[in-house]
Write a protein that binds this ligand. Structure first.
Ligand code: SF4
Length: 237
């Protein structure tokens, strides 16, 4: 929900277009199949089963970008990073640094409010095996471009994983006509690409595969968020 915006606001228009989008036949079929089969434990849920738009503060100075919704997380609840362990990790950390009003993210109507941050995914539909095809990624890229364009206070962008990083970099390079070699993803890395261009910060994705193996600890993620907080408020680390 973006409660304070009129229906004319670009973020609302993007949201409305996203939730009705059926441009990728394979992903449309998959998201609906998952929604109809469900997972044991969520059988009483009426799955969302549609694309997942971004969520958060329309005045955000920090944009957080993930890969794509989870089959039984966002694809079930209808809100990005909501109802799965990645979301639990992410929003708990956002709460700890003051970007969220609560640590829990269970459903669209759980009262979660973000302040200063907006969360989205590079691809808005759940892909099989978490792997959108190159064509599907291109199909969806315009929504990310428009979200970035609509967040006029952006000063920093936190990319969760290499896939998000590659897509954000592609968007930023095209938007600001940046030439030169492609930068490489690295956890904790910050890229300053020029005056007036939001800083890019990299983090490993908070997936269970990373958080349960210790590849991404809470301490590591809070450290990245502390950097993001400084960049979004002061413009420097
Ligand atoms: S992945 Fe993006 S472009 Fe493809 S159907 Fe979903 S919302 Fe539309």
């Amino acid at each position: 929900m973006i409660p304070t915006l009129s229906s004319e606001d670009p973020l609302v228009q993007i949201r409305n277009e996203v939730i009705d989008c059926r441009r990728c036949p394979r992903l449309v079929q998959y998201r609906e199949e998952v929604a109809s089969k469900k997972r044991k434990g969520f059988l009483d849920w009426d799955y969302w089963g549609r694309p997942i738009p971004g969520f958060g503060d329309p005045k955000a100075s920090l944009l957080i970008v993930g890969l794509a919704p989870a089959a039984h997380g966002g694809n079930r609840t209808g809100r990005v990073f909501t109802g799965d362990r990645s979301g639990d990790f992410l929003y708990n950390a956002l709460y700890k640094v003051g970007l969220a009003n609560q640590p829990l993210s269970k459903s669209k109507d759980d009262g979660l409010i973000l302040k200063g941050a907006y969360v989205t995914a590079a691809v808005k539909c759940v892909p099989p095996d978490n792997k959108p095809s190159p064509e599907e990624t291109v199909n969806c890229s315009n929504y990310l471009v428009r979200e970035i364009d609509s967040l006029s206070n952006l000063r920093a962008m936190l990319c969760l994983g290499k896939f998000a990083f590659d897509n954000v970099m592609k968007t930023i390079r095209s938007k600001y006509r940046i030439q030169g070699p492609n930068a490489k993803f690295g956890h904790g890395k910050t890229l300053r690409l020029g005056k007036g261009i939001p800083a890019i910060i990299c983090s490993y994705h908070p997936s269970p595969r990373n958080t349960q193996t210790g590849k991404l600890s809470e301490r590591m993620f809070l450290s990245v968020l502390a950097k993001a907080q400084k960049l979004r408020t002061n413009g420097s680390e």
